[in-house]
Design a protein around this ligand. Structure first.
Ligand SMILES: [Zn+2]
Length: 283
């Protein structure tokens, strides 16, 4: 659920014991793990948002764990190019995360309103987009159209398109974009939530096409990373370049919403966008 490296406390010889203390990557303050867990993995001192996995988001965003139904849960990535080491990497990612792919989708409720969700997990090959990821997205969009309910995606995809699948990965940029256009044509609201990091082919396709684009604070969002851009144009980049707040100022994202407020903001947006569609009969 959480990604962290073992880090040394300055002046101490031993590594911090795994699972007891964690150091904020931004302000350097030490916290008990359970203290951070209670605070939804947001630093109580500086507001830094730690990366978390799909299970965490399902827990904090959706009403009723029992209600959640998954779509395309049987789909697993193949190795179409026989790319060296890809199968092993997939096996390791599956074992580490308990997921079959970097993306999951399904049906859930947010404060009583039914939505189709699509979530990605950075721990699974950097949350990169392969052919199965794209297929899961496409099928989820079709479910939203069939059920006439809003669609919410939440991405953490540092890798963009998955290079191990070559052109098959790149084709998913088109496929997911087509899915978004089809939803638009049917009047299905699409909210895209960008978390740290959402980059490359994911950002350059569906993730930047939401009717409303929300970003978690401090997330790195863009196509090429700041280092690559800096080396290419050989100029210093402005402070906060490609971070959520910078992109809000430039009009690329519509809102920056702290994790604690994400569910209530989504709920309000669904009330505005969703009309009566999708209002749960029992919720
Ligand atoms: Zn901090």
């Amino acid at each position: 659920m959480l990604f962290r490296k073992r880090k040394k406390i300055e002046g101490e010889k031993k590594d911090i014991p795994e699972g007891l203390f964690l150091k904020c990557e931004k302000c350097g303050e030490l916290f008990y793990k359970n203290q951070l867990e209670k605070n939804l993995w947001v630093c109580p001192k500086c507001g830094f948002h730690f990366r978390v996995g799909v299970d965490f988001y399902k827990k904090i965003l959706f009403d009723d764990g029992d209600f959640i139904k998954h779509f395309a849960a049987d789909l697993e990535s193949q190795d179409p190019l026989d790319f060296p080491g890809y199968k092993e990497k997939l096996d390791r990612a599956k074992a580490k995360t308990g997921l079959k792919e970097a993306a999951v989708s399904g049906l859930a409720r947010i404060n009583g309103r039914e939505v189709v969700f699509f979530l990605t997990d950075f721990r699974f090959l950097g949350g990169s987009m392969g052919s199965v990821y794209g297929e899961i997205f496409y099928r989820a969009a079709q479910e939203a159209i069939k059920r006439n309910i809003p669609f919410i995606s939440l991405t953490s995809s540092g890798g963009g398109a998955r290079m191990h699948e070559g052109i098959f990965s790149l084709m998913q940029m088109v496929k997911t974009t087509v899915a978004v256009v089809e939803m638009e044509e049917k009047g299905i609201p699409f909210i895209s939530v960008l978390t740290d990091p959402t980059m490359g082919g994911v950002m350059a396709s569906f993730a930047s096409l939401g009717d409303i684009i929300i970003a978690e604070p401090g997330a790195l969002l863009g196509f090429a990373g700041p280092r690559v851009i800096q080396q290419t144009i050989k100029q210093d980049l402005p402070t906060g370049f490609q971070r959520s707040e910078f992109l809000l100022e430039k009009g690329f994202v519509d809102m920056v919403v702290p994790r604690k407020e994400l569910k209530s903001v989504l709920s309000k947006l669904l009330d505005i966008l969703g009309g009566e569609n999708g209002r749960s009969q029992t919720g």
